[in-house]
Design a protein around this ligand. Sequence first.
Ligand SMILES: NC(=O)c1ccc[n+]([C@@H]2O[C@H](COP(=O)([O-])OP(=O)(O)OC[C@H]3O[C@@H](n4cnc5c(N)ncnc54)[C@H](O)[C@@H]3O)[C@@H](O)[C@H]2O)c1
Length: 465
Amino acid sequence: MRISVIGCGYLGAVHATCMAKLGHEVVGIDVDGAKVAALSSGRAPFYEPGLNDLLAETLGTGRLRFSTEISAAAGSAVHFVAVGTPQKRTENGADLSHVHASVEALIPHLRAGDVVVGKSTVPVGTARDLSKRIAEQCPSAALAWNPEFLREGFAVRDTLEPDRLVYGLDDTNSGARLILDEVYAQALAEGRPRLLMDYETAELVKVSANAFLATKISFINAMAEVCEATGADVSMLADAIGHDARIGRKFLNAGLGFGGGCLPKDIRAFMARAGELGADQALTFLREVDSINMRRRSRMVDLAREVCGGSLLGQRIAVLGLAFKPNSDDVRDSPALSVAAQLQLQGAAVTASDPEAVPNAMRRFPDLTYTESVEEAVQNADAVLVLTEWEHYRSLDPQFLKTLVRRPAIVDGRNCLDPVAWRDAGWTYRALGRPRAAAIREADTVLASRFSEGPLSGGATAPVA
Ligand SMILES: NC(=O)c1ccc[n+]([C@@H]2O[C@H](COP(=O)([O-])OP(=O)(O)OC[C@H]3O[C@@H](n4cnc5c(N)ncnc54)[C@H](O)[C@@H]3O)[C@@H](O)[C@H]2O)c1
């Protein structure tokens, strides 16, 4: 199958490469010449595990190429639209200008029987409007909406082995379904679920899935606030409620909250769209989900101030983690970068580190001091903050790090460290939603050995009193 993928960012570059891996002949198209040049030479313009190897492999087969020219889409039977839908600058709604511009640019190159497939996350109603536009200009082409559920950090696997395929179709058109079945033949042969629905439901599946995940994270972060007020421990609480199969442990890690290029802007765009449709009451809870999430960032700054003795002025703070999540270099709306910048603005001298995200962070906040080395970052620090749960940070040696800092104080913004190990090494340990993890020292070893008799599902966290 000949395929074009329009928009080669985090989603589109992975999608184009994976489609070529599946045996299709693919052209990836982007208006950004630097991105196209990097991809054409086998270098992903962002960090995504496994992507560089797959790019090299698929470029080598001759089935994958990249172009800045939309005319390169001519001759493909399927055209995936994977351009960005960022938040509008001054309001909550999604900016659809890239979607409209790319579809308008594509229309003159469509042929009879072609299928345009929307992948971008869009407000409900967008696909219906686009299908009318395509029908006016090229009546023999069709539109399908096929939302994407990949997770950055696992994008290659999620694209090759999707947990479900959603096809939003105009109910009069079955040709688009057959073509999509051919595109996804391998996944379907593996028995992966394929769900057929109308455009509106397909669009809503994506945004409601994101709204649900955001709500789950903010729920446990709201519990963290209550734990802070009562002396309870949110990690133990999450382990305990997570054993209930109806609740589950995933996405119940309290901490600095969600960020990135999707969840925050998607829940805001969802609220804005519901407002336009007169259904705003249905989603007012998302405003609270958003505020709980944003409050985590200021609470983190407060915790840093507390461990620095009440003032950030002149304090040297090492920030470990800048990406919005581990295994990614994406700093779009990253809670970690936002906290690092706030600390600096409030008078601290921040040295920030991340295994992959330093170049992106530096472009957004050039005023911070950056290093890729943890040892350099923590040198003479008055406080160390872990803000992205990279595997590397989970396994840091507290004994060794203590020899490098000025004051052994650590704030675990992701509840990903073992408080007992850090306190045993002489550190002041603080975490969001675990106020007593700071206070209790002596009883820990006894409690830890007692609790460790039972496995803690999903726990990156060690039990503490
Ligand atoms: N990143 C994710 O994990 C993810 C997951 C699921 C869905 N999505 C959705 O996918 C869409 C893309 O997200 P992303 O993270 O890849 O964004 P991105 O900003 O990384 O990539 C978007 C790309 O589109 C290109 N572009 C813009 N206008 C164009 C045009 N007219 N023609 C060709 N290319 C154009 C940009 O240059 C950019 O490279 C968004 O709607 C997002 O919500 C993203």
